[in-house]
Design a protein around this ligand. Structure first.
Ligand code: SAM
Length: 311
């Protein structure tokens, strides 16, 4: 069966208006004197949630990182609420204004340019101040570049460590990376396009070459690309296409092998060398003495390695 690349647009407005769930949306509670932290799309504008649209349509004002960007987003959905600039340089002062308005009973939304506010984005100071003033903060979940990249990476690990942006200066970047060498969770980095090559080189200089790295580029956009390779091949992959130094990136790096796993790998390395000179029995005995791992397990593994070698 061939599936067409594009499908005819449905009458989205009608479909949405008639969705049984629209009733639920209207009947939920949207308390006043509340700051709504609203996630917005990271590329594909239609990834916004129904609840986000509803809240953006009922708030008294929207505090946003860049009023031009948010005005564009709101206009695409026919929304025209007043906007208040709330960026990293004025967060503290804006927090005061927002608190006064919330205390007067208003509902205010907080958005960033893309994704979830306060995550590698302005907003955390405002949320902190609003909570400290005893006012309610209500989050509306949505896109996050980190979680989107993790979901499609295929990296199997229940834990991840969100690093965000690395320092721009080489020495500071290396210092941070050194502290992460032993972390067993998947490492999650945000990176600007003009630094992606430096980032790949810095990772390759600090971590083992066989670690798997995933580049999640332009997620949810037209030229989305999700590439997995060993770290040793990362720089070559970026250089292979000049477009790869453009666009937005999440970089994921497989975590360090757990200590047990690392010891097994080391025992295997030693076993492999010994097998080139000794019998299976001798190699297993010596490897057990050197590594402290179990002789029987090493003997079985040595037999297996011999068999694989003979194939
Ligand atoms: N608050 C946002 C979130 O929830 O993901 C992140 C904002 S941070 C200022 C911007 C960084 O997020 C970019 O430099 C990039 O690393 C990552 N990012 C944002 N959108 C992306 C996308 N569509 N594809 C890949 N990475 C993205």
């Amino acid at each position: 069966m061939t599936v067409p690349e594009s499908v005819p647009a449905s009458n989205v407005a009608n479909v949405l208006a008639n969705l049984p769930v629209m009733g639920d949306l209207a009947h939920q509670s949207y308390p006043s004197a509340t700051l709504y932290v609203v996630a917005t799309p990271i590329g594909n504008v239609t990834d916004i949630s129904l609840r986000a649209l509803h809240v953006l349509s009922l708030v008294n004002a929207v505090a946003c990182e860049d009023t031009r960007n948010t005005a564009q987003l709101m206009t695409r959905f026919g929304l025209h609420q007043p906007l208040i600039a709330a960026h990293q340089h004025n967060e503290r002062e804006v927090a005061e204004t927002l608190i006064a308005r919330l205390q007067a009973g208003e509902r205010i939304a907080l958005v960033s340019d893309a994704g979830t506010p306060a995550v590698s984005d302005p907003g955390a100071r405002i949320v902190d101040a609003v909570r400290a003033a005893g006012l309610r903060v209500l989050p509306l979940p949505g896109a996050s570049a980190a979680v989107t990249a993790l979901s499609a990476s295929g990296l199997v690990n229940d834990q991840f460590y969100f690093v965000g942006f690395l320092p721009a200066k080489a020495k500071q970047r290396e210092n941070v990376l050194q502290t992460l060498r032993a972390v067993t969770a998947t490492l999650v980095f945000y990176e600007a396009p003009h630094r992606i090559l430096d980032c790949a080189a810095a990772l390759a200089a600090v971590f083992e070459p066989q670690r798997v790295v995933v580049f999640a580029r332009e997620l949810t956009k037209m030229f989305e690309e999700i590439h997995r390779c060993p770290l040793s091949e990362a720089e070559a992959w970026i250089k292979a296409d000049p477009h790869r130094e453009k666009g937005e990136f999440v970089v994921l790096l497989a975590g360090a092998p757990a200590a047990e796993e690392e010891q097994d790998l080391e025992a295997e390395r030693i076993l492999k060398i010994l097998l080139t000179e000794c019998s299976v029995k001798q190699a297993a005995n010596l490897a057990a003495q050197i590594t402290g791992r179990k002789k029987n397990a090493l003997y079985d593994r040595a037999l297996q390695m011999k068999a694989e070698d003979g194939q």
